[in-house]
Design a protein around this ligand. Structure first.
Ligand SMILES: Nc1ncnc2c1ncn2[C@@H]1O[C@H](COP(=O)(O)OP(=O)(O)O)[C@@H](O)[C@H]1O
Ligand SMILES: [Mg+2]
Length: 308
């Protein structure tokens, strides 16, 4: 247990701040996370910070589960101010948030993304299910990926991890990777559909496989086949029996509602065609470029045309 005063904090460098707390550099190796006393709830009402509702058993459980982790650090020590629980200490990291690394070269980003998935898998296999994956909760230390913000023990270490916790954790990771590769920029209307497809895939294939497929699809030669409402279904079915394409439905204007995405998925699944994605036509080239080694084809009525 560490006891500090408000004055001690004033002499420390502030490393960052989030919804729950502010992180200070105690020394080269140690960071102090001090919780805000109050915060806004989702309705804009000021409430006591739930992280301050000290719960020894939950903290202990997190520490216990984290004791053999190779890639991620859980809290080290409790911090008290004025005899009250005020925060936790962590190893201090020297790098950048993932958010600040979005414009790194593709190879660097891919390495970081893979490390992120590896670290997340390690957490899950130790019964730790982070519910708050985002670009601001991941940073580097000596070039290696570190997952942050695991101390919200009210939500992040469910006693019995349910399928909900497992998939919420993996969805969060998937969404964070999408935004890391800036795919949200052009797929904003596709979020609902991506989540729906992702939900189906995670339930069907186990937690991480769909994410790993997503990452490897960005590296492996992959054939995208763009179709639209005019594409001939029979021709499409024939093409798919002969070769492996990932089918992407494009539509010309941004007027679809979320339900329409789901209807499209269902519509094609009745023909045994599973859509890989749904996209606005104007983003097609951007999309193709976001995958490393891709070929692009288009099915125009009955005609297959190579576009990349
Ligand atoms: N161990 C650490 N070393 C260096 N900086 C950190 C560390 N942990 C957090 N930070 C910085 O502080 C910010 C807020 O920390 P975080 O744990 O995410 O708090 P919150 O729960 O409020 O979101 C992070 O986005 C990061 O910039
Ligand atoms: Mg945070």
């Amino acid at each position: 247990m560490i006891s500090i005063s408000k004055e001690d904090l004033q002499s420390m460098e502030c490393l960052g701040s989030g919804l729950f707390g502010t992180v200070y550099r105690k020394d080269a190796n140690t960071a102090f996370k001090i919780y805000h006393t109050q915060l806004y709830d989702p309705y804009g009402k000021m409430v006591e910070n739930p992280a301050l509702r000290f719960c020894q058993a939950r903290l202990d459980r997190l520490k216990h589960r984290g004791r053999n982790l190779q890639y991620t650090d859980v809290w080290q020590d409790k911090i008290y101010m004025d005899h009250k629980f005020a925060g936790l200490s962590f190893p201090c990291y020297d790098g950048d948030l993932l958010f600040q690394l979005m414009h790194q070269p593709y190879d660097v980003k891919m390495r970081l993304a893979k490390e992120y998935v590896r670290n997340s898998k390690e957490l899950t296999s130790h019964g730790i299910y982070p519910m708050d994956y985002k670009l601001n909760n991941v940073m580097t230390n000596a070039g290696e990926v570190k997952i942050l913000d695991l101390d919200d023990f009210h939500t992040k270490v469910p006693i019995v991890p349910t399928p909900f916790h497992k998939s919420a954790c993996v969805f969060g990771l998937h969404e964070t990777l999408l935004s890391f590769f800036e795919e949200y920029d052009y797929a904003s209307y596709g979020i609902a559909v991506r989540n729906e497809l992702m939900r189906k895939r995670t339930y069907a294939e186990g937690n991480y496989r769909a994410i790993e497929q997503y990452l490897s699809s960005k590296e492996e030669p992959i054939k995208f086949l763009f179709i639209d409402s005019e594409s001939d279904i029979k021709t499409l079915q024939n093409i798919l029996t002969e070769e492996d394409y990932q089918v992407i439905y494009t539509f010309p204007r941004m007027i679809l509602r979320d339900d329409d995405f789901l209807l499209l998925i269902d519509h094609y699944s009745t023909f045994d065609i599973s859509l890989y994605d749904i996209l606005f036509l104007c983003y097609r080239d951007l999309y193709l470029n976001n995958f490393h080694m891709t070929e692009g084809y288009e099915l125009h009525e009955k005609q297959l045309i190579k576009i990349k």
